[in-house]
Design a protein around this ligand. Structure first.
Ligand code: AMO
Length: 452
């Protein structure tokens, strides 16, 4: 057995007990005849002190002298197994330490390290990601992934409560759904295929059987933009519901956001403390503003924007600032609803016309959920009639024939349905207080990164 206790389990109550622990050499320090080893595992650190016992025989003294020397020469991040006796000590960081009696090196680490683990100096994100396996040994880096895990758990438990089925759809697909330029091609048994940009068409088809489905899985996009918020591979949380419209699924979404923020606050306090962050307080309902109102605010703030245009980051920053000032967000979250049909995908249901900025526009039953300037999720009521889908495809220059594998099932009883997709790493920006979605990703994939 490599260890009997985790670092966090070493408490003053264990006084006098002989224990075995294992982990990484966080730091070593020699003061005269004493060597201090701080050992780290995934639960935290514990100090182990090695010294020569005063009232021992010569043989024992010689053995401990060697041991102190051995410990003092351990390189940082080596993996060791340590045995010793627990001792209360008010001077030790947690009021307790281990008096070391033996150390075994399981794996020696080279020096210097590609990245400092124990130090306080914050390395540049590129340096950190290039050394990600070691970067993730830093408490702050680990804390973010702990919160990602808690967020995923909260989403799952809430959707299970609502009777959703968690599904796993194919990731090698024949046609894109969210715009062609971002498709990542793969060569598939001599045929052209792509990595899924979204489980969109499959989750829709599943509403005709399982009715309420969700998936948490990777999605791929050849994003040409090198921003803190874009990954080539991100984790997409997808929900799709039969017999529902966009209002129904916005309710599910805002409850998901509330669940995640509350659960992370309750269960993630250890990690939040390390990150010195509090997730936003969300009260429901999350305010909704129409595209029209949003457009008018942006326009009145002096932006040169045509009616019907999508909003860029500078526009969204300004909009969020205005809404926050007027108290029209919930912890920074707000919905923008009823987008012009032209800037939404072909499967989005239309809503009727409205005059915006003096121009008549076709709107749609669609929404984005933003946290400040950042789009966290988007969704809509879907079209559930084949002829309408074909028309929308043609309008967008897509060939309905290449979607026949999907369209034909609309001939056999497709229920009205609605849903949304949310970027899990983007959700972590407000939840974990990180400036870059890469930090919420184990090993990020982007324009510049294919390894590690
Ligand atoms: P959309 O394309 O808006 O919608 O994507 C949904 C959400 O996924 C996240 N996201 C990303 N996160 C990180 N890096 C990226 N490159 C990236 N691209 C998107 C965002 C975004 O809000 N099928 C629809 C959803 C639906 O209607 O159900 C879709 O994919 O948080």
């Amino acid at each position: 057995k490599y260890r009997e206790f985790l670092a966090i389990e070493i408490t003053p109550e264990l006084e006098g007990k002989k224990v075995r622990i294992a982990g990484w050499v966080h730091s070593v320090r020699r003061v005269g005849k004493i060597a201090f080893l701080v050992l780290r595992d995934f639960t935290g650190t514990i100090q182990v002190t090695f010294r020569v016992p005063r009232d021992a025989d010569d043989e024992t003294k010689a053995k401990f002298k060697e041991l102190v020397k051995k410990v003092a020469s351990l390189s940082p991040e080596s993996v060791v197994m340590v045995e010793g006796v627990v001792r209360k000590d008010p001077r030790a960081p947690r009021g307790v330490e281990i008096v070391g009696e033996n150390v075994e090196v399981l794996s020696e680490a080279k020096s210097p390290l590609p990245l400092d683990v124990a130090g306080k100096v914050d390395a540049h994100i590129d340096t950190r990601l290039a050394a990600r396996p070691i970067d993730l040994r830093r408490p702050e880096s680990q804390a973010v992934l702990r919160l990602v895990s808690l967020a995923a758990k909260a989403i799952r438990s809430y959707l299970y409560e609502l009777n959703f089925t968690e599904v796993f759809t194919p990731k090698i697909i024949a046609s894109g759904t969210e715009g062609g330029a971002q498709l990542v091609p793969v060569f598939y048994f001599g045929k052209d295929a792509f990595l899924a940009q979204s489980p969109q068409l499959y989750k829709e088809l599943l509403t005709s059987s399982l009715e309420y489905v969700f998936e948490i899985a990777p999605a791929w996009r050849h994003e040409e933009s090198d921003t803190p918020y874009h990954l080539a591979e991100f984790i997409s949380v997808d929900v799709e519901m039969a017999f529902a419209d966009y209002n129904d699924v916005m309710k599910v979404l805002e409850n998901v956001i509330k669940r995640v923020t509350d659960n992370v606050r309750n269960e993630g306090s250890t990690w939040l403390k390390i990150l010195n962050h509090e997730p936003p307080e969300v009260t429901l309902p999350i305010p909704r503003i129409s595209y029209k109102e949003a457009w008018e605010i942006i326009k009145s703030e002096g932006f040169d924007i045509e009616p019907g245009e999508d909003f860029g980051t500078p526009e969204l920053r300004k909009l969020a600032e205005v809404l926050e000032k007027e108290g029209k967000t919930s912890g920074g979250f707000f919905f923008i609803v009823d987008w012009p049909a032209d800037v939404r995908p072909f499967y989005t249901k239309r809503k009727g016309k409205e005059i915006i900025g003096g121009r008549e526009l076709d709107l749609s039953e669609s929404f984005d959920l933003n946290w400040r300037h950042l789009e966290i999720s988007s969704g809509s009521t879907r079209i559930h009639r084949r002829e309408e889908l074909e028309k929308e495809m043609s309008l967008r220059g897509l060939n309905p024939e290449s979607f026949e594998w999907y369209l034909k099932w609309y001939d056999y009883g497709m229920p009205p349905h609605a849903g949304w997709g949310m970027g899990l790493q983007r959700l972590m920006v407000p939840i974990a207080g990180i400036p870059n979605v890469r930090l919420a990703t184990t090993f990020p994939r982007d324009m510049k990164r294919l390894v590690p």
